[in-house]
Design a protein around this ligand. Structure first.
Ligand code: ADP
Length: 728
């Protein structure tokens, strides 16, 4: 059975009660089955006994009939005597006396049809005899002509209760008298006796009036007493039956009776109910005793074993507590193997736990040491309660008092106002996505200084996936941030320096470039002076010359402006740059340099009107660098008709690809890996900064810069840039 999680467990029944219930549950059903079986057996036995008794009662009735019949037969034989025929009653008296000795009767009488006693063996012959007061048997014999048996009546001569059997005596075809034999209950007692009924049973023979004629017990008391009316009524209605009743001496019996068809007398046998149920009660008593005994032993065992189990379990409770509290376990020997096994397991678990705790403590200490050494601040935020736990290092990092806990609001206030919303947004997003986050923000220290904090954290969920904890580490990244800023600054400086260096290289070209318009301006100005000196001055010519001068001057101005822009230290914002225009401008700018190097620049502009978002001057710088390097590489090789191919084409994934392909010395395998490393150079007067700056510029534009040796002589440098996003 599973107990409900929140049920009051202290009210759960103990082992003893459970075991007692087990004993009751096992013994009582068995006892019930026993009762059922005993009752069944009793019912069968009782039925059997009653059936046997019916047969016995029938046998008694048959014996009674035989008793009557034997006397009647003897009377009939006696009735055929000649003495009766001739009227010799004196002689017949003697004859009857001697016949009586062989008959089961007390006297023999002759009764006249009017009821007068003609002769009785009880009296000497000749003595006066009384007349019968009531003559039911006589009337029956006269009416039927058949022998018969009377009911009980008081004998006129003996004065006792007797009964008589009579046969008709005929003369000349008609009945002239009846010959009767009388007997008392003593004769009938024999009939009951021979049946050998159990001594406690009651048996009786009753006449047609329901009067007791013979009885197994106390006949002298109950002779001629009427049987109980209910039984009498039953007797009248059925020739054979069984019924519960009470005997005349008050014993409750189960009565079985049978009536004789010939005499109308009945035999009754009563089995005392006590005797009938005695076996049942005895069996039940045994059963109850056995049940009580079994229950007693069972409950005693349940009490004892339950106590042992309870004490074994109880003995493990304390160690289980001790296990939780990391105390030493002391488990005494217990009563049961299983309990001892559990005890051993607890002890082992205690040892394992001890080891695990020690290991955890060690690892925690190491972690704390590492966190402290790395100046990591650890924090945990309980999302249910909103409580914030912070490590002392964290509080030092955020310039709080290390001895006091701080709340989430204190933390938020510490964040620089400009960064606060960002931090809140990142935390909220981490809670929604349940994903690890990383962020950097500034905090404002109480002294007004700023500190940069790096923070990483993740969300911990419970089994149902609900966010439970937010846990993370914070650390000081101010130094790194400062050096990043320094590096950025340095990068800018170096970029500028590189440009200045480029300017040096380009000065010749620029001088040459400017030379042209300046020479033209000079010669135009001299011509103008000449025209002005003429008389009259040729003002129309002067006018045309001045227009030329203005145009040349504008050209020179453009040249200077381009140079100025290239070397300007200012950052410019990205703007749309048409690739082909860019390439054309660079080609124009380097025109004279290339000629001086004896290099022919071929253009293959396949990118059409591709546009990128870029700082145009920076991209110019990259291309100029690559082209000058190409010139240097070819000069190194010392060939005259050197060719550089500058190509633009569309690359994969919305990119444009610019390539500068030379036929120079190519790149040595050892140099390939270091080309873009700052200060790597193979040139006597090189700075080794050009390519590293160019790669920085490419990356700042979301692009890439790389080099490959050609299949033939020379190398190719590739610059890939993302195309400008199309306008929606
Ligand atoms: P610098 O030109 O000052 O040496 P760079 O960073 O521009 O600095 O170039 C670094 C090195 O890369 C060069 O010294 C050279 O060895 C090599 N290099 C650059 N371009 C080429 C090229 N087109 N062919 C062969 N080597 C090259």
């Amino acid at each position: 059975m599973r107990l409900a999680m929140h049920a009051d467990l202290s009210n759960a029944p103990g082992v003893r009660v459970r075991l007692a219930a087990l004993v009751l549950g096992s013994v009582l059903p068995l006892a019930a089955i026993g009762v059922f079986l005993i009752e069944n057996l009793y019912a069968t036995e009782r039925r059997q006994l009653i059936d046997d008794t019916r047969a016995r009662v029938r046998a008694i009735t048959a014996a009674l009939d035989r008793e009557f019949d034997s006397t009647i037969v003897a009377l009939q034989a006696l009735g055929t005597s000649r003495m009766l025929e001739v009227g010799d009653l004196a002689g017949f008296h003697t004859r009857a006396h001697s016949a009586l000795a062989n008959m089961r009767a007390d006297s023999i009488v002759l009764v006249g049809t009017d009821g007068a006693l003609l002769m009785s063996t009880r009296r000497p012959f000749g003595q006066a005899l009384p007349k019968l007061r009531s003559t039911p048997l006589l009337r029956r014999i006269l009416a039927s002509g058949q022998p018969g048996v009377s009911d009980l009546f008081i004998g006129p001569l003996s004065g006792d209760y007797i009964y008589s059997m009579g046969v008709p005596i005929r003369q000349g075809g008609s009945i002239v008298m009846t010959l009767n034999a009388t007997a008392t209950h003593a004769q009938l007692a024999q009939v009951l006796k021979v049946q050998g009924l159990p001594v406690n049973w009651r048996a009786a023979l009753v006449d047609r009036n329901g009067l007791v004629a013979a009885r197994s017990h106390a006949i002298e008391k109950f002779l001629a007493k009427e049987i109980p009316p209910a039984l009498k009524a039953r007797l009248a209605a059925h020739s054979e039956d069984a019924v519960e009743s009470r005997t005349l001496d008050g014993i409750r019996v189960y009565t079985v009776f049978s009536r004789s068809a010939s005499s109308g007398w009945s035999a009754i046998v009563g089995i005392p109910l006590d005797e009938l149920t005695q076996g049942l009660y005895r069996s039940l008593r045994w059963l109850i005793a056995a049940t009580v005994g079994a229950l007693g032993i069972g409950l005693a065992l349940a009490w004892r074993i339950g106590g042992q189990i309870a004490s074994s379990v109880q003995a493990l409770v304390e160690p289980a507590h001790a296990l939780g509290q990391q105390a030493r376990l002391a488990i005494p020997p217990l009563y049961f193997r299983e309990a001892n096994a559990l005890g051993t397991a607890l002890t082992r678990a205690g040892q394992d736990l001890h080891g695990a705790r020690a290991a955890r403590r060690e690892s925690e200490e190491r972690l704390a040491l590492a966190a402290s050494a790395a100046r990591l601040g650890i924090w945990v935020r309980d999302l249910d309660s909103g409580a914030l736990w912070t490590s002392p290092d964290w509080r030092v990092l955020f310039a709080f008092d290390p001895a006091h806990e701080v709340g989430i609001d204190d933390f938020m206030r510490r964040i620089h106002a400009d960064d606060r919303a960002g931090v809140q947004a990142i935390l909220a997003q981490a809670l929604t996505t349940r994903q690890r986050y990383e962020t950097e923000y500034r905090i404002e220290l109480p002294d007004g200084n700023l500190r940069w904090i790096g923070s990483q954290g993740n969300v911990e969920t419970d089994a149902s996936g609900k966010a439970r904890l937010l846990r993370g580490v914070s650390f000081d990244i101010s130094t790194r941030r400062r050096s990043e800023l320094d590096i950025e600054q340095m990068r800018k400086e170096v970029t500028h320096l590189a440009r200045v260096a480029l300017m040096g290289e380009l000065t010749g070209a620029m001088a040459h470039e400017l030379n042209q318009p300046l020479t033209s301006i000079l010669s135009n100005a001299q011509a103008a002076l000449r025209y002005l000196r003429q008389q009259p001055p040729r003002l129309d010519q002067v006018h045309a010359i001045l227009a030329d001068i203005v145009s040349e001057d504008e050209r020179a101005g453009q040249i200077i402006e381009r140079l100025r822009r290239l070397f300007d230290k200012r950052e410019t914002l990205p703007q749309p740059v048409a690739i082909d225009t860019l390439v054309a401008e660079v080609a124009h700018l380097l025109r004279n340099d290339l000629i001086n190097h004896g290099v022919i620049l071929a253009l293959d502009l396949g990118a059409g009107a591709a546009v990128v978002d870029a700082d145009k001057v920076q991209l110019q710088q990259v291309l100029i660098n690559l082209l000058i390097n190409a010139c240097d590489a070819m000069a190194e090789r010392g060939k005259d008709d050197s060719l550089v191919l500058l190509r633009s084409a569309f690359g994969p994934e919305r990119t444009v690809l610019l390539s500068v392909c030379d036929s120079g010395a190519g790149i040595a395998p050892a140099a390939m890996a270091q080309l873009f490393t700052p200060f790597f150079t193979t040139k006597a007067s090189g700075m080794g900064l050009g390519l590293s700056i160019c790669r920085n510029i490419a990356q700042a534009h979301g692009g890439r810069l790389w080099a490959e040796n050609n299949a033939g002589p020379g190398a190719t440098f590739y610059l890939s840039l993302p195309l400008r996003a199309p306008l929606p």
